[in-house]
Design a protein around this ligand. Structure first.
Ligand code: 2NL
Length: 372
C-alpha cells in the first residue's frame, strides 16, 4: 500500500473497505504498519540532508498529529466505527499500530540526535592537512653527555655498564666495602639515612659488590649513577651528585693494568696530549690506593691559576681491590685480583665545559641548559 492509498483508506470505515472479519482486520493493519515503516525508511535515508530535522517533524505529524495524523484517523474511522463483534480485534490491532508509530518517531528522534552529534563533530574535527605542532627537541644534559662519553670509552675496551639501587642497605654501602663502624662517613651527620639499616648510597661502590655476587670473575664493568651525601650546597658540593666507578677483576690483574687503562682513558677524554700522574692515597676498599692527576689542559702542565701553578689536576681515586672486599663479593682473592677507580661525573663535566658552579647542573635554568 502506498502512502497515498493509506491516506485515502484512513478516511473510510472498515465496512467501506469491505473488511468484516479478523483476518481482514489484521491484514489491513499490517499493511498500514508496513506503509508507515516504509515512510520511516525513506526518512532515515535523508538523515544527512540539511532539511532532515524538518522531515522528521513532517513524519511525526503524518503519523501522530492529534487530529489529522494517520493514527488519529484510524482511531476515528476504523476503531470507533467497528462493529461490536470486531471491536476487540480492531482494538488490539490499533494499539499495536499506535505503539509502533510512537516507537518509529522515538527512533527518529535518536537519528536526529545522532545527526546533531555528527554536525558538532564535523565542526570540531581538526584539519589534518595542516602542518603539525612542532615540539622543541631540547638537548642532552651536560652530565648525561659526559656520562655517555665516559661509558663509550670503556665500552670500547670491552667493559659492560651495570646499575643498581640508589636506596641501599648499610651492609652494601659500608660493611661489604671494608668501611669500619668507626669511619666518619658512616655518621648520620654525613650520610642520609632512611632508617638504621638503610641509606641513600654515598657512592656507586655497592653496585660493584652486587655485580661480583651476581657475575663472579672475570668481571669488567663501569657503574654510573646518582649518589647522595649530607653536604651543604656550594659551588663544588651538592647533596646529590654523580659518580662513575670502574672495576676489573681477573687472573693476574696488576697495578700496571690500572695505570695503563686510566692513562688510555685520560688521553681519550682530555685529549691525546694529556699525561697522567699517580700519587699514593688511602681508601678502605683498595690497597694500595692512589689519586690520579691529569696534566692541566689550560696550561698543558706549565702552571696556571686553574691548576694553582702545579700543572696537575686531581681527577679521580683508584687502587687495587682490597682482598677482603673481593671475598665479600664472593670472589677468591687467592685466584683473582682487581683494580677499581671512582670519579665524579659532575666534576668531569665542569672541567670539560669550564663550569665553575656545580649548582648550575641542577637548577634547570634554560639559559644554561640551551648551551649544550
Ligand atoms: C673517589 C675514589 C674510588 C673505588 C672508588 C671501589 C669499589 C669496590 C672495590 C674497590 Cl667494590 N674500590 N671503588 C676505588 C677507589 C677509589 O673512588 O675519590 N671517587 C670520587
Amino acid at each position: 500500500m502506498t502512502l497515498e492509498e493509506l491516506k485515502k483508506k484512513v478516511d473510510l470505515t472498515l465496512a467501506d473497505l469491505g473488511v468484516h472479519d479478523e483476518a481482514g482486520v489484521n491484514a489491513l493493519f499490517s499493511e498500514a504498519r508496513e506503509t508507515m515503516n516504509q515512510e520511516r525508511q525513506k526518512l532515515v535515508s535523508h538523515s544527512n540532508d540539511p532539511e532532515f530535522p524538518g522531515l522528521v517533524k513532517e513524519f511525526r505529524n503524518l503519523c501522530l498529529a492529534r487530529k489529522r495524523g494517520l493514527v488519529a484517523r484510524i482511531d476515528e474511522n476504523w476503531l470507533k466505527t467497528a462493529p461490536s463483534e470486531l471491536r476487540p480485534v480492531v482494538g488490539r490491532a490499533f494499539n499495536n499500530l499506535r505503539v509502533q508509530a510512537e516507537h518509529l518517531y522515538a527512533e527518529e528522534s535518536l537519528v536526529r540526535l545522532a545527526q546533531k552529534l555528527r554536525e558538532v563533530e564535523a565542526k570540531e574535527r581538526p584539519d589534518l592537512t595542516l602542518p603539525g605542532y612542532r615540539r622543541p627537541l631540547g638537548s642532552i644534559h651536560p652530565i648525561t653527555r659526559v656520562q655517555r662519553e665516559i661509558e663509550d670509552i670503556f665500552l670500547g675496551l670491552g667493559f659492560a655498564i651495570e646499575t643498581g639501587p640508589e636506596v641501599e642497605t648499610v651492609y652494601y654501602n659500608f660493611d661489604a666495602l671494608n668501611i669500619p663502624e668507626s669511619h666518619p662517613s658512616r655518621d648520620d651527620w654525613d650520610t642520609l639515612y632512611i632508617d638504621s639499616q638503610t641509606v641513600l648510597r654515598t657512592h656507586t661502590s655497592p653496585v660493584q659488590i652486587r655485580a661480583m655476587e651476581k657475575y663472579g670473575a672475570p668481571l669488567y664493568i663501569v657503574i654510573p649513577g646518582k649518589c647522595y651525601r649530607n653536604d651543604k650546597p656550594d659551588a663544588s658540593h651538592s647533596p646529590m651528585f654523580h659518580q662513575m666507578e670502574g672495576l676489573a677483576v681477573d687472573v693476574d690483574i696488576t697495578f700496571a693494568d690500572l695505570k695503563g687503562t686510566l692513562d688510555f682513558f685520560a688521553k681519550k677524554f682530555f685529549g691525546e696530549t694529556a699525561r697522567t700522574s699517580f700519587r699514593p692515597s688511602f681508601f678502605p676498599f683498595t690497597e694500595p690506593s692512589g689519586e690520579v692527576y691529569v696534566s692541566c689542559a689550560i696550561c698543558d702542565g706549565q702552571g696556571c691559576s686553574v691548576c694553582k701553578q702545579s700543572g696537575w689536576i686531581e681527577v679521580m681515586g683508584c687502587g687495587m681491590v682490597h682482598p677482603q672486599v673481593l671475598r665479600n663479593g664472593g670472589i677468591d682473592p687467592d685466584r683473582y685480583s682487581g683494580w677499581a677507580f671512582g670519579l665524579g661525573i659532575d666534576r668531569f663535566a665542569m672541567m670539560k665545559y669550564g663550569i665553575d658552579d656545580i649548582q648550575l647542573f641542577f637548577q634547570s635554568d634554560l639559559r644554561f641548559l640551551r648551551q649544550f
